[in-house]
Structure formats: structure tokens, C-alpha cells
Design a protein around this ligand. Structure first.
Ligand code: 3BY
Ligand code: FES
Ligand code: FE
Length: 418
């Protein structure tokens, strides 16, 4: 049952002006939010967690996604599986959101007990003829991409994830995510529609005026600019960056570190983009002094100036993989005007806080950047909800990737609405 007017949304999609922000309703209407959850979040692969969060049998993690909740759990056979967090008796949630250590999955209501493989093992007083075999937990599609865990709530998940895994594993493998641990998680609720969060992430037009910390290591010029508008000094910076990108790619690729751009942001379900980007200063990490925040290098990375591998997936994630740590971001819509941005900082599993890294130093750039982005998203949400709002044009130089996100979103929404 849909609680939105399909024809009305189809009309709004059809009259969208290309290369412009969307009409207000796309950001403010509860009906379009419901359609987004159906068309996008219930049907596409979502990045939700990292395999190192469930390192041992019995380690579980419950993640809420809209009305759904998913349990990710490692079984006694070391396999990681995902199940709907809904008891097969009368529907109670089995686990609250967050991590848990479990022997079995025991429902708090009437103690129906499920194995880590989802099978119903015990249910008391259910009488003769009760068939436990058909009352196991309902599975959720799960894929690990070199340790990044993606789930898809649909019973018919897009199979193009296999191609993303194949192309991305060589880029991610050197960081050896399976031997990391989460040093810190930050849950930030941004007061804006999820699409404003993604639009904001897909450009760095706003970086120079808003991100004094991030632009120490990250070159805003890596995300487009109009050369004819740059001052001689800025043009020299942009050229320095282009040269550094070329020479770094040559060096990294020669050393077996895949680095060159891969971009598939067309209307395929599991769109993605990756490139290893050189960083400014020492080139080591996204920190305030550009130096590695953690002394223990990740995986096989011995070139300290390994830059930052940026990796985006549609619809809900972006990540930065560096030589010493990884920062991952997962976006979960809460309602039309609120979005959870969950950030995780990963370090080598043997790294010890205080000895090998300082948590404040590790997290300061992205904590500051996230707060700034949350403010930008909130002020935009307020503006697009104003009756005076009229969608404005995207920059052809700095917002080309925002347009690609929007085209992807509209194509996927349209495909769903039929
Ligand atoms: O985190 C990101 O992937 C992007 C890069 C440019 C803007 N935003 C910070
Ligand atoms: Fe789970 Fe009754 S609802 S055991
Ligand atoms: Fe930003």
C-alpha cells in the first residue's frame, strides 16, 4: 500500500529543470519522503557497517533504516549474515539499535530463541503441529566489499553489486579493513532532507568558504573549478594539484596501488565513484597537520604519502581511505527534514589509543567538517521550505557531480514509479 500520489510525483519528476536543484516538495513533502524510502532505500544496496564491528562469532549489530531494522551477526561458522530484526512470533524487535554480544538471538518478549544462522531453535508451549522450520528469521541480502558491509532490504536486490565489488576490491584491499577496528563513531542528526546531505557531499564548491580544517589536507580543486575565473595565484595552486595528481597516480599505480578514477554514476542501481586523491602538505592523512594520525600503518601500505582514496556509493555513502586510518560515512534518512549521518574512524586493530594515536587528532578534521556541513544542510532545508524558494542552477564546473547524483536519483525514482 502506498501512501503517496504516484501520478503527482511522476509529474514533478517530469517537469524538473535539468541542471537545477529540485522543487521544494522533493525536500519537504512527507509523501515524497515515503516514495524515496520505497524507491531508493528499500531497493538499493546501502552501506551500513564494517565487518570489523562483528569480529567474532556472536558479535551482532542492529541498524535501523527507516521503518526497518537489520541485525548483522557473525555465526559460529564465522560467516556474517543479516536478518530482519523482527521476531517471527508476534513481531517484537529482538535487539535494540547498536552492538550486542549474543549466544543466540533470544526475543525479549516470549523468549523464542534463534540460532546465529537465523533458525528458530526453541519456542515453548507452542503445541503439536508447530513447525519451527518455517519460522526462522527472515534473511536480508548482505555483501561485504573488502570489509564494508552493504545490505539491501529488497527480496530482489540489484545484482550489479557484484561488478562494484570486483572493481573496488583491488582499490580497498591494500587498506586491509578486516584488520581494523572502530576507534570512534559519531552519530549526527542533520536537520535537512537526505538529498540535501548527498548534494552537499557531492561538491566542494562550498569547501573553501566553509571548511577551514578539511581544506588543509584536501584540495578543493580536485572537485572542479572555472580556470578563467581563478586568480594567477589560485591557478598556480590548481596546476600544482593537477601535476601532483598525475605524478602520484603514476607512482602509486607502479607500486601496485590502484588509484585512477572509476566513475559509474549513470542510472545503474549501484552507482559508484572512486579515485585516490593526493593530499596537501605531507600528503599522509586528513588531519590538521596532514601527518598520519596513527603510527600503525594499515594493511600493506608502506608509502606514507598514500593520499586519500575517496569512494562514493549511491545512494547513501562516502568514504576516505588513508594509509593510517579510514573514515566512513553512512547516511540514513529519519524523516523528510532529518537525516542521520553516521561517521566511523577506523585504525589498525593493534593500534592503542594514547600510545599510537590521539583520538582528538584523529577525529578533529571530520568532526569539524561534519558540524559545518550540518549547518549548511539545515540552512538550506529552511530556505527550500520558504514559499519564495525557486530552484537555482548548478555550476557546470563545480556541481557536475551534484547533477549526476540528481539524475541518478530521478531515474531510479522514475523506474520505481513506472
Ligand atoms: O567527502 C567527500 O567525499 C566530499 C569531497 C568534496 C566534498 N566532500 C567533502
Ligand atoms: Fe518474540 Fe513473542 S514476540 S517471542
Ligand atoms: Fe562539506
Amino acid at each position: 500500500m502506498t501512501n503517496y500520489d504516484i501520478a503527482a510525483i511522476r509529474d514533478l519528476v517530469a517537469r524538473r529543470r535539468p541542471r537545477h536543484a529540485l522543487e521544494s516538495a522533493f525536500y519537504t513533502s512527507p509523501e515524497i519522503f515515503a516514495a524515496d524510502m520505497d524507491a531508493i532505500f528499500n531497493r538499493h544496496w546501502l552501506y551500513v557497517a564494517v565487518e570489523c564491528e562483528v569480529p567474532e562469532p556472536g558479535d551482532a549489530l542492529a541498524v535501523d533504516i527507516g521503518k526497518s531494522s537489520v541485525i548483522i551477526v557473525r555465526g559460529d561458522d564465522a560467516q556474517v549474515r543479516a536478518f530482519h530484526n523482527v521476531c517471527r512470533h508476534r513481531g517484537a524487535r529482538l535487539l535494540p539499535p547498536g552492538p550486542a554480544l549474543v549466544g543466540n538471538l533470544v526475543c525479549p518478549y516470549h523468549a523464542w530463541t534463534y540460532g546465529l544462522d537465523g533458525a528458530l531453535k526453541f519456542a515453548e508451549h507452542m503445541g503439536d503441529g508447530f513447525d519451527r522450520a518455517c519460522l526462522g528469521l527472515r534473511p536480508v541480502a548482505l555483501r561485504s566489499m573488502a570489509g564494508l558491509l552493504f545490505v539491501c532490504l529488497s527480496d530482489d536486490p540489484p545484482d550489479d553489486i557484484d561488478d562494484v565489488v570486483r572493481q573496488m576490491e583491488p582499490y580497498l584491499a591494500p587498506h586491509d579493513l578486516k584488520n581494523t577496528r572502530v576507534a570512534h563513531t559519531a552519530d549526527l542528526i542533520e536537520y535537512g532532507n537526505w538529498k540535501l546531505v548527498l548534494e552537499n557531499n557531492r561538491e566542494c564548491y562550498h569547501c573553501m568558504p566553509n571548511h577551514p580544517e578539511l581544506t588543509i589536507p584536501l584540495f578543493a580543486y580536485g572537485f572542479g573549478f572555472a580556470p578563467e575565473e581563478l586568480s594567477a595565484e589560485d591557478l598556480a595552486q590548481a596546476e600544482r594539484y593537477e601535476t601532483l595528481r598525475r605524478t602520484s597516480h603514476d607512482r602509486w599505480e607502479a607500486a601496485g596501488l590502484p588509484s585512477r578514477l572509476i566513475e559509474h554514476l549513470d542510472d545503474r542501481p549501484t552507482g559508484f565513484r572512486t579515485e585516490r586523491l593526493p593530499l596537501d602538505g605531507s600528503g599522509e592523512s586528513q588531519t590538521m597537520d596532514t601527518m598520519a594520525a596513527c603510527r600503525v600503518p594499515l594493511g600493506t601500505l608502506r608509502d606514507k604519502a598514500a593520499g586519500g582514496l575517496h569512494f562514493w556509493t549511491q545512494p547513501n555513502a562516502w568514504h576516505h581511505f588513508m594509509g593510517d586510518h579510514v573514515v566512513t560515512f553512512s547516511v540514513i534518512p529519519l524523516d523528510e527534514g532529518r537525516t542521520l549521518v553516521r561517521t566511523k574512524w577506523l585504525v589498525h586493530k593493534d593500534a592503542v589509543e594514547g600510545r599510537d594515536y590521539d583520538l582528538e587528532n584523529l577525529t578533529s578534521v571530520w568532526n569539524a567538517t561534519n558540524r559545518q556541513d550540518a549547518d549548511l544542510v539545515e540552512m538550506t532545508q529552511r530556505g527550500v521550505a520558504d514559499p519564495a524558494y525557486v530552484p537555482g542552477p548548478y555550476s557546470p564546473h563545480t556541481e557536475g557531480l551534484v547533477e549526476k547524483f540528481m539524475e541518478w536519483y530521478l531515474a531510479r525514482l522514475k523506474a520505481h514509479l513506472g
